[in-house]
Design a protein around this ligand. Structure first.
Ligand SMILES: C[S@@+](CC[C@H](N)C(=O)[O-])C[C@H]1O[C@@H](n2cnc3c(N)ncnc32)[C@H](O)[C@@H]1O
Length: 243
């Protein structure tokens, strides 16, 4: 992305949505969330997902983390235009999350179309590699979960393997989220897929089973016919439900 002009002044206008020095809230985010469960999106990009999901879920408090200021400012401007009061933004890297949140403060983490870092030598940078999973495990509550969506099949398969290797319980795995949703809608005789208007390919984006919005990348890839993979993972021991 080309460098944004007027970044500083644009940031200034939406500054009230930015949490500066977020480490000062570690252990006291409930003051900001007014006791609502906190959902965190890592790598929110231009903010379509976080603003639509926050708008649809006023009983949840959302925090969006993004390391690139040029896209973060667009996400913050969207939230500001919508007048959302249940979302705040952090400009930082996921590697810092342990500094920002205390043990158990987060109920759900969304990883939407995370950079796949395909080269083996960059494996540790993948947001589902062991180091990051250990951070998520620490900041998630007992019933917390990670929800992952991606178009990248190799990254998805790596993520399933890594989650299971690290003792997470992986559920609701689908390799074609939108196909599955359209099938469900058809079998229920519904034409309402709950998403945006169809595009020039006649593709109708859908909301997923838990009412999450479609992300910018998801919209782009799904409209090209690329299947979207999704899973939900719980940090509990994989054997926890077994007798
Ligand atoms: C491929 S984009 C996806 C954007 C959006 N989630 C979507 O689905 O449309 C990945 C985003 O994650 C951000 N990102 C990648 N690694 C990150 C990290 N370690 N910490 C914070 N943000 C990160 C990138 O800057 C980028 O905006």
């Amino acid at each position: 992305m080309r460098k944004k002009k007027n970044l500083a002044s644009r940031m200034e206008r939406v500054r009230s949505l930015l949490v500066e020095n977020p480490e000062r809230f570690a252990g006291s985010w409930d003051k900001l969330s007014s006791g609502r469960p906190i959902h965190l999106e890592i790598g929110c990009g231009k903010g379509k997902f976080i603003t639509e999901t926050a708008s649809a879920n006023p009983n949840v408090f959302f925090v969006a983390l993004e390391k690139i200021a040029d896209v973060l400012v667009m996400a913050m401007e969207k939230a500001s235009r919508e007048g959302l009061t249940n979302v705040l933004f952090i400009r930082s890297d996921a590697a810092m999350l342990e500094e920002y949140f205390s043990s158990g403060e987060i109920t759900r983490i969304y990883l939407n179309f995370s950079d796949p870092w395909p080269s083996k030598r960059h494996q540790k940078r993948r947001l589902t590699s062991e180091g990051f999973l250990n951070i998520y495990r620490k900041i998630l509550s007992g019933d917390g979960s990670v929800c992952l969506k991606t178009d990248n099949r190799d990254f998805f398969e790596f993520s399933v393997r890594e989650l299971e290797r690290c003792g997470w319980r992986v559920e609701n795995v689908t390799f074609d989220l939108h196909g599955a949703m359209q099938q469900t809608a058809a079998s229920q005789g519904s034409t309402d897929t709950g998403g945006d208007a169809g595009n020039s390919n006649g593709y109708q984006p859908v909301f997923n089973p838990e009412g999450e919005a479609v992300t910018e990348y998801e919209q782009r890839f799904a409209s090209m016919g690329v299947p979207i993979c999704r899973l939900v993972a719980f940090p509990a021991d994989a054997d926890i439900d077994k007798p």
